[in-house]
Design a binder for this molecule. Structure first.
Ligand code: NAP
Length: 161
């Protein structure tokens, strides 16, 4: 099987880092992406200690310019992707009650969790192989069977879009 190239956003920790680890273990070429170069470097070292060699890509998923720069950078390296995993997301600890919280929190959450992945898809489509896969990590919070409002409403709204 040809080696697949996978980009994982928000991969400096949590589920994204574990996705990267699992795919590296299975022989994929993995690019871990994040907004913080130091955190990314730390994650890379952690994976290197397990004999993996991930690529790294700095990209803030809530910043259109950062997304464009990241896509241009990969393009300049002639890198094509087989899989794009939109994993990065936020859930703010102040996200409790839409009627009381600052609407800027809703805006930031939706920009990061919903517009971010959409902008990334638009910017990275020219870099996707044919065939390829795009995976968007959602949440039960965005499910119609788990009504918005019970917990972290901005997060739930962002995951239902
Ligand atoms: N954990 C769960 O139980 C659960 C359940 C259902 C769905 N999910 C979904 O699974 C995914 C991963 O969740 P997790 O629990 O692993 O979350 P996490 O531990 O909080 O990790 C989130 C990752 O996203 C990154 N990120 C946040 N905002 C970003 C931005 N603007 N630009 C670039 N990277 C950004 C974070 O980077 P920083 O370190 O720089 O903040 C971090 O690497 C999310 O989409 C989440 O909604 C999680």
């Amino acid at each position: 099987m040809t080696q697949k190239t996978v980009l994982v956003t928000g991969a400096n920790k949590g589920i994204g880092l574990e996705i990267a680890r699992q795919l590296l273990t299975r022989g994929c070429s993995v690019i871990i992406s994040g907004r913080d170069s130091e955190k990314l470097a730390t994650a890379k070292v952690e994976l290197q200690k397990e004999n993996h060699e991930p690529g790294i890509l700095i990209m803030n998923v809530s910043d259109t310019e950062s997304i464009a720069n990241a896509a241009n950078y990969l393009s300049s390296l002639n890198i094509k992707l087989d899989v794009l995993i939109n994993n990065a997301a936020i859930m703010d600890s102040l996200d409790k009650d839409l009627s009381e919280q600052d609407l800027a929190l809703l805006e930031k959450t939706v920009r990061t969790n919903a517009y971010g992945p959409l902008q990334i898809i638009k910017s990275f489509l020219p870099l996707m192989n044919n065939p390829s896969r795009i995976i968007n990590i959602s949440s039960s919070g965005g499910s119609m069977t788990d009504p918005v409002g019970g917990w972290s409403p901005a997060y739930c709204v962002s995951k239902s879009l």
